[in-house]
Design a protein around this ligand. Structure first.
Ligand SMILES: Cc1ncc(COP(=O)(O)O)c(C=O)c1O
Length: 491
């Protein structure tokens, strides 16, 4: 029997501290032995106190893969807080969580319904297990150059075409904070007796404010993976997978999480998940409310700067936009005649402000629990200076026209991505590739939706479309030859 803990406790961190305080002489891994064997160049930066906590699998410290002690207690507290039947700590990011979710619901040759703008970890998951992705097109905001959510109607239609699929994967919310109507989607998918698994990399804080989109589990989803490290207080690489019993096999999920993670998980990383959970339990609502307030203030200020625009509640109700996380502040800079990448460079090097990411038209800022008024003001001032001093002369209308309304249909899937990736491939001129099976991903930004994935038939129409986007100056991502003179195809 485990002792009973409250949400104010941190069972894993406390067990680690007790071990260190006991004055044990370690004849176990890690080899640096509390930092004594580590070169001072790193040791002096990390510090002795931290290195003493860099511990290993020991009887008192439980085992991530077979937890029955302090790790189990820490995970159970996370499950209680997030409303899950089971929660699991993941030290390989949401990438690892997504691999495990996909491996849990589908096997080789099984179909899984996923958005076409899936993060690369989702494509990685289907490459690992040999599943066949059935792609759904997200809605596209042409003016912002962003892929938004997939609508419930799109999900319903995909299930109708593929009633034999093993499940549906949804992104909640997108990197830019846009959420679809997840509750309706969950109802539709469950009506067809399939599980819903959710890439919630950008949503570990959703549960703590009614001003944010609904958390996947609260919408009734079966499994979700959240990057605790991205938005709240855990260290980089630390995520959690939460699940509900019923439609998915929990033992299989546990086995798959074992498969994608080290047998020597870092204890400081795991303890950071324990502490992040305690922090959210004790102060989460207050901290998230402050971040939301700050972000809304920033957004209002930005929208007063000529040439800049930050979308917010005004977009709710647009296709694929059911709700929005306001703490993701997307600033559209094309009104200045600058690309997002140009704005990112200027902000970094002239004003010492680093954004989370940039794309063709936008830069994205994350406002989190770690920000205060000073940071918010500095951000607004930097954007004011950017607008005043760097407005360019570029006109983006030809790009918008290039990827406009005639987005080509998703190509015929001939092989699974795994068969295409591991098959014999050769490189041929792109213009002569019609009829061949593609062996790589080709994506143009905006809007970042792949035009070709491994295993798909290349058509003359897709070739013409890609060449048109290239001519209009859109950025290509994915192929080995980024000039797209050649393409890798299956022999
Ligand atoms: C939408 C989405 N899903 C999954 C991931 C992977 O998360 P992690 O970096 O925690 O592995 C990311 C990372 O950026 C992401 O943006």
């Amino acid at each position: 029997m485990l002792p009973s803990y409250s949400q104010e406790d941190t069972p894993l961190l406390t067990a680690m501290k007790n071990y260190v305080d006991d004055g044990v002489i370690p004849f176990h891994t890690p080899g640096h032995k509390f930092g004594k064997g580590m070169h001072h160049r790193l040791g002096s930066i990390v510090g002795r106190a931290s290195l003493e906590m860099d511990l290993a699998l020991l009887p008192e410290l439980d085992d991530l893969h077979e937890p029955h002690g302090c790790i189990k207690a820490a995970q159970d507290l996370a499950a209680e807080l997030y409303g899950a039947d089971h929660s699991f700590f993941v030290v390989n990011g949401t990438t690892g969580g997504i691999y495990a979710m996909i491996l849990t619901i589908a096997g080789p040759g099984d179909k899984i319904i996923v958005p076409r703008n899936a993060h690369r970890s989702i494509i990685g998951g289907v490459l690992l297990n040999g599943a066949i992705p059935v792609f759904m097109h997200p809605e596209v905001d042409k003016h912002l150059g962003l892929a938004q959510g997939v609508t419930p109607e799109t999900v319903e239609e995909a299930i109708h075409r593929h009633p034999d699929a093993k499940g549906v994967l949804i992104i909640n919310p997108t990197y830019y904070g846009v959420a679809t109507d997840l509750q309706r989607i969950v109802d539709i998918v469950h009506d067809h007796n399939m599980p819903v698994v959710v890439d919630e990399a950008h949503g570990p804080h959703l549960h703590f404010s009614s001003r944010l989109p609904l958390q996947a589990l609260d919408a009734g989803a079966d499994i979700c993976a959240q990057s605790t490290h991205k938005i709240i207080g855990a260290l980089t690489q630390c995520s959690m997978v939460h699940c509900r019993e019923g439609r998915v096999s929990v033992p299989r999920l546990k086995a798959m999480l074992q498969l994608v993670q080290s047998t020597s998980p870092n204890y400081i990383l795991m303890a950071s998940l324990d502490v992040a959970r305690m922090q959210m339990a004790t102060e989460g609502h207050k901290l998230v409310a402050r971040a939301v307030e700050l972000a809304e203030w920033v957004r209002a200020e930005i929208n007063c700067i000529p040439g800049l625009y930050s979308f917010g509640a005004d977009k709710i109700g647009a296709p694929g936009v059911f709700s929005l996380d306001p703490t993701k502040v997307t600033v559209t800079v094309k009104g200045l005649g600058l690309t997002g990448a140009e704005a990112e460079r200027i902000l970094r090097h002239e004003y010492k402000v680093q954004v989370e990411l940039s794309d063709m038209y936008n830069v994205l800022f994350l406002i989190t629990l770690g920000d205060g008024e000073a940071e918010a003001r500095a951000m607004v001032e930097a954007l004011r200076a950017l607008a005043a001093n760097h407005a360019g002369k570029r006109d983006f209308s030809s790009m918008e026209d290039a990827y406009g309304s005639d987005y080509p249909p998703i190509p015929e899937q001939v092989l699974s991505p795994r068969q295409a990736l591991f098959g014999h491939t050769k490189t041929i001129p792109f213009k002569q590739a019609a009829g061949r099976v593609c062996a790589e991903i080709i994506t143009f930004y905006p809007p970042g939706i792949p035009l070709l994935c491994p295993g798909e038939r290349i058509s003359a129409e897709i070739i013409a479309y890609c060449l048109r986007l290239q001519k209009a100056g859109l950025h290509i991502s994915g192929p080995e030859d980024y000039m797209l003179k050649t393409v890798k195809v299956v022999e």
